[in-house]
Design a protein around this ligand. Sequence first.
Ligand code: G3H
Ligand code: ZN
Length: 272
Amino acid sequence: MTLVTTGDILARERAVLAFNVIQLEHAEAIVRGAEAANRPVILQISENAARYHGGLAPVTLATLELARTAGIDAAVHLDHAENEALVLEAVELGATSVMFDAATLPDDENVARTAAIARAAHERGVWVEAELGAIGGKGGAHTPGVRTDPAEAASFVAATGVDGLAVAVGSSHAMTSRSASLDFGLIAELAAAVPVPLVLHGSSGVADADLVRAVESGMRKINISTHVNGIFSRRLREVLAADEALVDPRKYLGPARDAVAAEVERLLELVA
Ligand code: G3H
Ligand code: ZN
């Protein structure tokens, strides 16, 4: 078992879950949960997470090492990068998968810049995701209720050569309740029209049964971040509240990591 690309995983799996890495404990929890479920997984690091750490390299190199030594296949993906230099840096570091997110740009600029980055990443065997049609809730720049048009999505993929496409079908980033209402008919239409795997962002807002239905309707990469962050933070609060004298971070980060690992295992089994 080893570091693979998102494409390698999707070549043999109906769908894969991608969890965001904020810090080392997240990456460890994701790998442990995936090992317990005996399922492949994607560890993804966003441009925002890289900014938080003051650079992409330390968090990515640690995540790559965990992926290489995992007991299951794992991909390491750069998530929501709006900056071409960061995508190229991720490829240099050894990431096997990248998302170039130019969805806020005018369509012709999104196509030209995405096509150029896809060519560069493909030369290094890296799987490339892009986005068409803004997904609600990210950065406040997106219009809630926006949907991706199947015909436009198909031409975007043909014009850019990307390997996966993030689409807007009713989910919204950073929801803390699992109450999103997905358009399953549109997912099926997009899956029929678009020749590459579809990616669902903002999946924290999607209830268990709807995650399963989204996969049955044709979603193939499911991105989850806020939901596991909530589990991490709630467990951390519980442990700290139970012992005000606690000062060793391992004593509260460890239980929070265990809670995330258990949820990663459960969710991987849910969509298996
Ligand atoms: O790209 C990352 C995801 O879309 C995560 O979104 O935090 O709403 O689950 P979420
Ligand atoms: Zn996203």
